[in-house]
Design a protein around this ligand. Structure first.
Ligand code: ADP
Length: 344
């Protein structure tokens, strides 16, 4: 593919040179070199386009020496003509290279954004899996404890019979299972947050960039009302996850209705020793589910897991804040959380 553009641009440059040689100096035959430069810019080799532009310059000037025939055209016009061709070739190469550089920068930024989204999704999935295992371990703990207790009581009642050793084995295996379950719970509990200084506005903006494509697909406008905010301290990735969950929920809520007003507003303000962040949407609101939002595994979505809000609240609380869900002032839903200000 790259060879094709190198070959085509060189062929075009040769053709322009031959035409230029066959015409008198008065004709602006060097201007079409710009098309050869445009073709050369398509080559992935970043040195090829400037090299070809330089070659076109040399040929434009060389023609004056090789075939100096200028017909009735005055010399000053010939020189002006050649200078214009040199300018056109130079500008085409310069602007083309600048455009390629901007495009490469944009692609690098997009790549970085995609990687970030993958990281966040991975962290989200891992936390979800951890919460799931933790919930399962919690559920299994009680029946296992009851099973061990019953086996021990039965063992006492079956004194000196063969049944006693079987029941002792049951009790021991039950204890082992309970130990394994306790181990899982210890393992998957939320890691303590890694406390670093960060700017909340930057965190919100980076998450907004991540959900922007989803929002645009669903015709949802995201508005930010972030005034002057103090420096915060906490685990930036975990807090990104919180805002990510809230924004996803808000966009999905608006998706579920056909309303004309499709707006998610993220606002933040200082209230005493805390910063209070609200994510407000124009979706259908929580309805009668308001009291169950933060329950693990509570979901009203066909493919939901019902863990997003539970995890978000756990993260906020592990940072010393609180999270609540309430109806929005006009219509829709608002989830609000607070975080203590660093050093307060
Ligand atoms: P999931 O998104 O997997 O359902 P979540 O914990 O994020 O789990 O949310 C639990 C439930 O809370 C959702 O299924 C939905 O019914 C409700 N909910 C969350 N956010 C909103 C919102 N912005 N508007 C309306 N309902 C919401």
């Amino acid at each position: 593919m790259s060879d094709r553009f190198i070959f085509l641009s060189l062929a075009l440059m040769g053709a322009v040179f031959l035409v230029d040689l066959s015409l008198p100096l008065g004709v602006a035959a060097a201007v079409p070199y710009t098309f050869a430069v445009l073709l050369a810019l398509r080559s992935p080799n970043k040195w090829f386009a400037p090299a070809l532009a330089a070659l076109c310059w040399i040929l434009t000037i060389a023609k004056m020496g090789i075939v100096p025939e200028r017909g009735s055209t005055e010399m000053w016009k010939v020189i002006a003509n050649r200078c214009l061709a040199l300018f056109a070739i130079g500008m085409t190469a310069f602007l083309g290279i600048r455009r390629k550089q901007a495009e490469a920068k944009r692609q690098a930024a997009e790549h970085k954004l995609r990687e970030h989204l993958t990281d966040l999704t991975r962290v989200s999935r891992m936390t979800l899996a951890g919460q799931f295992a933790s919930g399962l371990a919690h559920e299994l703990n009680q029946p296992l404890a009851a099973l061990c207790l019953q086996a021990e009581i039965a063992e006492g009642m079956a004194a000196n019979s063969e049944l006693q050793s079987i029941l002792r084995e049951v009790a021991e295996q039950g204890q082992r299972a309970a130990e394994i379950v306790r181990g899982i719970r210890r393992l998957v509990h939320l890691d303590p947050p890694e406390a670093l200084d960060f700017k909340l506005a930057e965190v919100v903006q980076s998450v907004v960039r991540l959900v922007d494509a989803h929002a645009r697909r669903s015709r949802v406008e995201i508005r930010l009302e972030l005034g002057e905010l103090p420096e915060m301290r906490g685990d930036r990735i975990q807090l990104e996850q919180v805002i990510f969950n809230l924004l996803q929920n808000a966009i999905e809520a608006i998706e579920s209705v056909n309303s004309l007003e499709r707006i998610v507003t993220v606002s933040a303000r200082v209230a005493g020793a805390f910063v209070v962040v609200s994510v407000c949407d124009t979706g259908p609101g929580f309805g009668s589910d308001e009291n169950r939002l933060f329950e693990q595994f509570f979901t009203t979505k066909p493919k939901g897991m019902g863990l997003g809000l539970a995890i978000s609240r756990a993260i906020v609380e592990s940072h010393g804040g609180r999270m609540i869900g309430e109806p929005a002032a006009a219509a829709g839903a608002t989830v609000t959380f607070s975080l203590p200000i660093a050093g307060e």
